[in-house]
Design a protein around this ligand. Structure first.
Ligand code: ADP
Length: 272
């Protein structure tokens, strides 16, 4: 390691430059480490179902060749593992597409009231299966933002699906969308509240990390990939928004997304 003091240049100011350099380097190292961790995690997540598929194929080719019952059972399990790999590769693709666009601001004006209603309709099937009731409270007015409607639907879908997965069984999930005035100006606030087990406070800051899960077995059992909230975070960042999580153990969680409200020009009223 080079000590900053040894790096004095022409006018002595390189000392300061060195400080910046050291900072940049560690930031670069941090990003590189994150990338390596991500690749290692993704490979591991894909190899697990793959190994189990290979094992079952070998059993079917060998010992269980003539056993119809085992074959049916294994085929069902193989289907599950293949579905899991599909979910994972779909999420990885989503994440990478969003990351590629991360520096491009969405320009289109979209209505979050409509998007919230749409996302709730899309997730009703999943909620019904889990015997969860989705309750919607959306402002009557339009809630314009500059955004990408597919991405915003995905944000709400991921949050609603999580609320259904980790909420209370047979319980309710409340979904809201309204205008809010904040110190940094008017925003559209969309929230998803469940009454499930909640998130232990020490885990909250890490929830949006890729592959971070409070309980990996539970996430697997509920068809989680550990990428849902990472995708949510990336989309919200691209929209210059914020995600807040309020959670109480045993009482439930509220995930709220706030995106700056867009200025929409007043429709020009034409004199008759
Ligand atoms: P997953 O695919 O595992 O659900 P996410 O990125 O969507 O991945 O969420 C990360 C983790 O955050 C989950 O595994 C779960 O432990 C926790 N989590 C997310 N939403 C909730 C919620 N509504 N209530 C409790 N825990 C949650």
């Amino acid at each position: 390691f080079i000590s900053p003091l040894e790096l004095t240049g022409e006018g002595g100011e390189p000392v300061q430059a060195m400080a910046v350099y050291v900072h940049d380097l560690s930031e670069q190292q941090r990003l590189e480490r994150m990338r390596e961790d991500f690749v290692a995690n993704a490979s591991h997540e894909l190899r697990t179902p793959l190994a189990s598929l290979t094992g079952m194929i070998e059993t079917l080719q060998g010992p269980a060749r003539e056993d119809a019952k085992t074959r049916d059972q294994f085929l069902a399990l193989m289907r599950e593992q293949a579905d899991r790999m599909k979910r994972l590769t779909d999420s990885l693709l989503s994440l990478s597409r969003i990351e590629m666009r991360s520096h491009v601001r969405p320009t289109e004006i979209i209505d979050c009231a409509e998007i919230t209603r749409y996302a709730v309709e899309m997730t009703r099937g999943i909620a019904d299966e889990a015997n969860v009731t989705l309750e919607l409270a959306v402002a009557e007015e339009t809630l314009p933002i500059r955004g990408d409607s597919d991405e915003m639907v995905q944000v709400l879908n991921n949050l609603i699906e999580n609320a259904v997965k980790y909420g209370s069984e047979g319980g309710r999930v409340l979904i809201g969308a309204a205008r809010e005035d904040t110190v940094s100006g008017p925003v559209v606030a969309m929230s998803v509240q469940d009454f499930g087990k909640g998130v232990p406070p020490e885990h909250v800051p890490r929830l949006t990390e890729r592959f971070y899960r409070v309980d990996i077995e539970e996430s697997r059992a509920r068809r989680g990939t550990g990428l849902g909230l990472a995708i949510v975070k990336h989309i919200i960042n691209r929209h210059r928004g914020r995600l807040t999580v309020r959670s109480q153990l045993g009482a439930g969680s509220t995930f709220t997304v706030r995106i700056p409200l867009a200025e929409v020009p007043e429709p020009v009223s034409r004199p008759d």
